[in-house]
Design a protein around this ligand. Structure first.
Ligand SMILES: C[S@@+](CC[C@H](N)C(=O)[O-])C[C@H]1O[C@@H](n2cnc3c(N)ncnc32)[C@H](O)[C@@H]1O
Length: 220
């Protein structure tokens, strides 16, 4: 919405590190970050929705407002979101508190869509936000994050610590500034089988006593 540029810019002037951008995301980025989401994705958690650039796109994709939980730390943005999306659950909350709040019973969330400026945050905060969000993500669910940086905004040690992997979805070169979207998913679970296999006489080399096998009951 045209008015959003002014309100976004004023918010950025008052809290540049929190807002992290001088203007809302454009249509190309909103398309890209929501590309894999459908009405059957189920409950969706949106972090840092701002004026709702991604939220509008989710609704256009057929997602129902009642399937949306929007977590926003800017009080002006929160009020605006409550007016624009009356059927959604809009919470004025620091996403860093996801680890301590209980937003859902169990883990029903199919996708997390994040517009948070992770590059402006401490590693500790990034761990609480992403780790906290994955508490609610069901097996096979994903966390979509955009960045203006050249690389994944979640550092490798954080991914390792949380047992996640990141994949570039694509770049939105038409966005101003150009941006990229990364998809974070859980790594396949590895299970250690400790029992020693009986030696097989037909094998020239003794089998290793310990094998890593993939647990196919886990999410892909
Ligand atoms: C770069 S803007 C993105 C806004 C919107 N998603 C878009 O793409 O136009 C970042 C948003 O994250 C919000 N935000 C920053 N830190 C936050 C936090 N700890 N918890 C919740 N929201 C936060 C800001 O207030 C702002 O609305």
């Amino acid at each position: 919405m045209p008015n959003d540029f002014l309100s976004f810019f004023l918010s950025w002037m008052s809290a540049p590190r929190r807002v992290g951008a001088i203007a809302p995301s454009g249509a190309a980025l909103a398309d890209l970050i929501t590309r894999e989401i459908t009405p059957t994705t189920g409950p969706i958690l949106e972090l840092g929705p701002g004026t709702g650039a991604f939220t509008y796109k989710l609704l256009k994709r057929g997602v129902r407002q009642q399937d949306l939980t929007l977590i926003e730390y800017g009080s002006d943005f929160t009020k605006l979101l409550q007016i624009r999306f009356p059927g959604a659950r809009v919470l004025w909350m620091d996403a860093g508190r996801l680890t301590t709040e209980r937003l859902y019973d169990g883990a029903p969330v199919g996708a997390v869509v994040s517009g948070l400026p992770l590059l402006n945050m401490s590693t500790r905060k990034v761990v609480s936000i992403i780790g906290g969000a994955f508490r609610y993500v069901r097996p096979g669910g994903a966390f979509y994050q955009f960045t203006y940086g050249m690389n994944c905004p979640v550092p490798r040690p954080v991914l390792d610590r949380l047992g996640l992997r990141a994949k570039l979805v694509d770049r939105a070169l038409l966005n101003v500034p150009p941006a990229a979207v990364y998809k974070l998913t859980r790594r396949p679970q590895m299970k250690i089988v400790t029992e020693t296999l009986a030696p097989d006489a037909s094998m020239p080399v003794a089998p290793t006593p310990m094998h890593l096998v993939r647990d196919y009951t886990a999410a892909p």
